[in-house]
Design a protein. Structure first.
Length: 276
């Protein structure tokens, strides 16, 4: 299974009410994660609101997430790493302590031991899925790969490390992991008053980032968008490419700014689907 098959499955889904589809979803995915995460994972296993012809999550994913550590899922055989974010409108997307990524590497300090050891792997493409959800109804899902929006991982890591190093001059700071650090006993009252410093990373909703080439139908009950580099599209099996191109999905080719070179354009494939 892969992203192309998942968006085709979603185009065949008739019910995007999380409460009403949870019985189907629970039959194929683990209990880990919030309802939106489970719904998204189920789309990689089959049509989310259909009982038959769905594969189990164990057949599709080598990892299905942890409560406080990214990613939310990873596809088998060094497939995509998936991060699902829920919003209640076209608002800012929060990554919290996780840095923006084009790819996920096995040596990432935020990964759990289970994620690192789920199979033998070095790196994976990073797929972000933004869900607009209100009152348990999914209004839209936007799939995009990190290399369509973000610079290379090293760019953000270098800035983080620079900021972290600048705080070392604070005498009482203790620094570990993916945070800037904790200043211990800041008021010297002997009551363990600690000040925790951590990054809160965020970025614009992809509908805002790609507003010139993606225009949502405000009257649609559900909307689906997916953006990927042309090279990523061609990396999928030919059968999956044909399935997506011959499905009910709309498709077009566009060019967007290369995040690593503002003066350069990169070719992307855009898939979309709306239902009432």
């Amino acid at each position: 299974m892969n992203t192309l098959r998942a968006i085709v499955n979603l185009s065949e889904c008739k019910n995007f009410d999380i409460d009403e589809t949870k019985e189907y979803v629970s039959n194929v995915v683990s209990s880990q994660g919030e309802p939106l995460e489970k719904f998204v994972r189920s789309s990689f296993c089959g049509v989310p609101d259909t009982a038959g012809n769905n594969r189990s999550s164990e057949e599709v994913f080598c990892y299905e997430g942890a409560k406080n550590n990214p990613p939310d899922a990873m596809l088998k055989e060094e497939g995509d790493a998936i991060e699902v974010k829920k919003v209640e409108g076209i608002s800012t997307i929060h990554l919290n302590s996780s840095l923006p990524k084009q790819r996920l590497y096995a040596d990432d300090k935020m990964l759990t031991k289970k994620a690192v050891e789920c199979e033998e792997w070095k790196s994976r493409d990073m797929l972000y899925i933004i869900g607009h959800v209100t009152k348990n109804t999914i209004h839209s899902l936007f799939f995009f790969y990190g290399d369509c929006i973000f610079k290379r991982n090293e760019y953000y890591k270098d800035i983080f490390e620079s900021a972290k190093n600048s705080l070392k001059k604070i005498e009482k700071i203790r620094q570990t992991g993916n945070e800037y650090g904790t200043i211990k006993d800041v008021d010297e009252l002997g009551i363990n008053t600690d000040m925790r410093l951590r990054p809160l990373n965020s970025f614009d909703h992809p509908l805002k980032v790609f507003s010139e080439i993606v225009q949502p139908d405000k009257n649609a009950g559900f909307s689906l968008f997916a953006i990927m580099r042309n090279s990523k599209f061609k990396s999928f099996p030919t059968e999956s490419q044909k399935l997506a191109l011959n499905s009910g999905l709309k498709h077009k080719n566009e060019h967007i700014r290369d995040p690593d070179n503002a003066g350069k354009k990169i070719a992307v494939e855009i898939f979309s689907f709306t239902s009432s």
